[in-house]
Design a protein around this ligand. Structure first.
Ligand SMILES: NC(=O)c1ccc[n+]([C@@H]2O[C@H](COP(=O)([O-])OP(=O)(O)OC[C@H]3O[C@@H](n4cnc5c(N)ncnc54)[C@H](OP(=O)(O)O)[C@@H]3O)[C@@H](O)[C@H]2O)c1
Length: 304
């Protein structure tokens, strides 16, 4: 028998959150979806949407205390890496302050807290990071996300910290790199992609399915849930090939050309996902499957 739950999702209008809400509803769960500036693109009788700024006062805590969710998936964050460097006050309020309040309220109502973190907690000097490797963020975004992790880890809550890397897909309010590549190439425009930044591109639908599995399994600890290691140029070429778009329009670029970047980026923040691969059924690591899903979603009305 599958038990359905009451699940609160923050960041429900985002790249991950919008897919996660659909996935959790498809399993019969009740979902309370939090968003702020952008809408949640889903309708369902078991879905309640709440618009609120999680960095603002005690609204979020009050909501958690009233709703008493079995599970909270905290996927909201100020994810603009350069923006976090420029506006450190906002980055701290959203990524740290809100997480602290979620932890406080979740302890009262005893929710399972799933905190979505990032590969940017690592400095990128090593690559293929395992869950036990020591974080050492090199930008403010990474630092705030790491402080969020520590707040969750230090609590006495049943908690899971999920670290993806370079999330892509359709469906969120923000355009992912893969969508940007697809749109530029389909207009016959050149795309510049880095050959010296390595990541583990993570498709949002597969990530959402993996998180939904974690909800059911109630795993405690940290898990790397991400795709295969590749550089951004290789990734752009794979996207082009999957969509049968002209890969020859993709030009190689280097980190040293990125003069407009305000924040430093890790050189190789790829993640070792063997622990999650052994634990979860979802094939989140399968690049062909991920790109097939991306193709279907992109062609099917661009997911928007
Ligand atoms: N994107 C990546 O490449 C990446 C890589 C690794 C890890 N992550 C982590 O994965 C998680 C999901 O990322 P994503 O790419 O899905 O994010 P995203 O598309 O940038 O969306 C961010 C979400 O956070 C919400 N949010 C931001 N500030 C808020 C505020 N003050 N009050 C309420 N909601 C707020 C946004 O709501 P509105 O849009 O409605 O304002 C949106 O739903 C994040 O925790 C991120 O740190 C992302």
């Amino acid at each position: 028998m599958i038990l359905t739950m009451k699940i609160l999702v923050t960041g429900a209008s985002g790249l991950l959150g919008s897919r996660l809400v659909k996935e959790l509803l498809s399993k019969g769960n009740e979902v309370i979806a939090l968003h702020n500036r952008n809408p949640v693109p889903v309708r369902h009788e078991k879905l309640v949407k709440v618009r609120l700024d999680i960095a603002d006062g005690t609204l979020l805590e009050d909501l958690i205390l009233r709703v008493r969710p079995d599970v909270i998936v905290h996927a909201a964050a100020y994810t603009d890496v350069d923006g976090c460097e420029r506006d450190r006050v906002r980055a701290w309020r959203v990524n740290v302050g809100a997480t602290r309040r979620i932890v406080r309220a979740a302890r009262v109502v005893k929710s399972h807290l799933i905190y979505v973190s990032t590969d940017y907690v690592f400095d990128g000097e090593k690559g293929m990071y395992g869950e036990e490797d020591t974080p050492n963020p090199i930008n403010y975004y990474g630092l705030t996300k790491l402080v969020g992790e520590e707040l969750v880890r230090a609590s006495d809550l049943l908690h899971t910290i999920v670290r993806p890397s370079t999330i892509y897909g359709v469906g969120g309010s923000k355009k992912s790199f893969a969508e940007y590549v697809a749109e530029k190439l389909s207009r016959g425009e050149k795309v510049y992609a880095l050959v010296d930044q390595y990541v583990s591109p993570t498709q949002n639908t597969l990530l959402a399915k993996a998180v939904a599995e974690i909800v059911e399994m109630r795993f405690m600890g940290t898990l790397h849930v991400a795709g295969e290691r590749m550089n951004r140029y290789q990734f752009a070429v794979k996207v082009a090939e999957a969509l049968e778009l002209p890969a020859e329009l993709i030009e190689k670029a280097s980190i040293k050309d990125m003069k407009h970047w305000v924040a430093k980026r890790p050189r190789d923040s790829s993640l070792d996902t063997s622990k999650a691969m052994a634990l979860l059924k979802t094939k989140f690591h399968d690049t062909s499957l991920a790109l097939e899903l991306f193709r279907e979603e992109w062609l099917g009305g661009k997911g928007r």
